[in-house]
Design a protein around this ligand. Structure first.
Ligand SMILES: C[S@@+](CC[C@H](N)C(=O)[O-])C[C@H]1O[C@@H](n2cnc3c(N)ncnc32)[C@H](O)[C@@H]1O
Length: 334
C-alpha cells in the first residue's frame, strides 16, 4: 500500500480549498488555537521558553467565532461521509466551536473529557485540569470504530475490571509528555492520545488530516501507524522545524509497538440460554465451588465452558436466585 504525505505551510482554510477534494479525508484530528492569548501563555507555566519554537499564531477572541466557522466549514466539506473528526478544545471559547459545528451537517458522537495536568496553581478557585474532545461524524456513510483495536472484551485489569470498558469510557486520563531539552511547538498533543484516536477511528491506509499541525504530532503518529497524513501549519518556524521530523519516522514503525487488541468476544455472546444450559450452569457452578475454587476462578472456567462473557454468567447465576454463600454452605452440607 502506498502511503502519501502532504503538508502545507499555509492557512488551513485557503490550503484546504486549494488542495483537498470534497469527501477525501477519513479522519480529522485537530487542535486549533484557543483564542486565549496562547502566544503569551508561557507567563503562567514553569517552562523554559528557549525550547519553544517562536511564531505561534493565536487568534484574537473577537475573531474566533468567524475563524471557527470558516475552518469547520472546510472540515465538513473534505470529510468523507462516515468520516470522523476529533477537535481538541479548551473550555474558554468552546461555545464558538460548538456553535460552528451546529451550523454543519456533522453529528456529535461523543463529547470526551480529557483530564490533563496543566501544572498551574490557583488560590481562590479550582484548578482547571481538562480539555474537551469533540468527536463528530459526517452522516451518509459507514463510520469506522474499531472497538477491539486496543483491548479484547475479555482482557481484565489486576482487580478484574474490563480494560476495554475502561478504555471506552468518555473521560480520558492522559498526561502531557515531557521532552526536556527538545525544541517543540507551544502546545503538543501527547502521542498516547493520538494513538488512541487513530486506532479507534481509522484503518491503515486511511487519510488523517490535521488543520493545525503545530508540532506535526498527528502526522507523526499517523505515519507511524501506517496511515496517510495531510495538514496545514501557518507558522513557518514550526513548519520548517517539524516537517523534517516526519520524514525521519518509518511508515508503520509503531504498528507492533502500541497496544493492539483482538476481538475475543465469546462465540455464544448474546445468544439465548436454553433450559439445559441453565441447569448445567447451576450444576457446574456448585461442582467447581465445592472443589475449593474461588468465585472468580469459577467464573473464568464457566466463561470458557459456556463460551460466554463473565457478565452474562454472573447475571444468569443471579437470575437463578443463586445466593452464592448460602447456596455454597448448603451444597457443602449435602
Ligand atoms: C494548538 S497548536 C497545534 C498543536 C498540534 N496539535 C501539536 O500537537 O503540535 C495550533 C497551531 O495552529 C497554528 N495556526 C494558527 N492559525 C492557523 C491557520 N489559520 N492555519 C494553519 N495553522 C494555524 C498555530 O501556529 C499553532 O501551531
Amino acid at each position: 500500500m502506498n502511503l502519501a504525505y502532504h503538508f502545507y505551510n499555509e492557512d488551513c482554510v485557503a490550503g484546504a480549498r486549494a488542495y483537498l477534494d470534497d469527501n477525501s479525508v477519513d479522519l480529522i484530528i485537530t487542535d486549533p488555537p484557543f483564542a486565549i492569548e496562547g502566544d503569551k501563555l508561557h507567563k503562567h507555566y514553569n517552562r523554559k521558553e528557549v525550547f519553544v519554537i517562536k511564531g505561534y499564531i493565536e487568534i484574537p477572541k473577537e475573531e474566533y467565532a468567524v475563524f471557527s466557522r470558516e475552518w469547520i466549514h472546510e472540515a465538513e466539506r473534505v470529510l468523507r461521509p462516515g468520516g470522523s473528526m476529533a477537535i481538541v478544545s479548551g473550555y474558554t471559547n468552546l461555545l464558538d466551536i460548538l456553535n460552528a459545528l451546529r451550523e454543519t451537517c456533522l453529528r456529535e458522537v461523543n463529547h470526551i473529557i480529557w483530564k490533563y495536568n496543566f501544572g498551574v496553581s490557583t488560590k481562590s478557585k479550582f484548578v482547571s485540569s481538562h480539555y474537551h474532545i469533540l468527536f463528530y461524524t459526517k452522516p451518509g456513510g459507514k463510520r469506522t470504530f474499531n472497538t477491539f483495536s486496543r483491548y479484547g472484551s475479555q482482557e481484565k485489569s489486576e482487580n478484574n475490571r474490563s480494560l476495554l470498558y475502561r478504555d471506552l469510557e468518555d473521560v480520558w486520563i492522559i498526561n502531557r509528555e515531557y521532552k526536556p531539552g527538545e525544541k517543540k511547538n507551544k502546545n503538543e498533543l501527547p502521542s498516547e492520545l493520538l494513538v488512541k484516536l487513530i486506532q479507534y477511528l481509522s484503518n491503515p491506509g486511511d487519510v488523517v488530516c490535521d488543520f493545525f499541525l503545530g508540532g506535526f504530532s498527528t502526522a507523526k503518529v499517523a505515519k507511524a501507524l501506517g496511515r496517510c497524513a495531510v495538514g496545514f501549519e501557518l507558522n513557518a518556524h514550526s513548519f520548517n522545524h517539524h516537517f523534517s521530523e516526519v520524514t525521519e519516522i518509518e511508515e508503520n514503525e509503531w504498528i507492533d509497538k502500541v497496544k493492539n487488541g483482538v476481538d475475543d468476544t465469546p462465540a455464544k455472546a448474546g445468544a439465548p440460554w436454553s433450559e439445559e444450559d441453565l441447569e448445567r450452569l447451576r450444576t457446574r457452578f456448585h461442582e467447581l465451588r465445592r472443589s475449593g475454587l474461588t468465585k472468580n476462578k469459577t467464573i473464568v472456567i464457566l466463561c470458557k465452558e459456556f463460551e460466554r462473557g463473565s457478565w452474562s454468567i454472573i447475571k444468569r447465576l443471579e437470575a437463578m436466585g443463586i445466593k452464592e454463600d448460602q447456596d455454597l454452605i448448603l451444597s457443602l452440607m449435602h
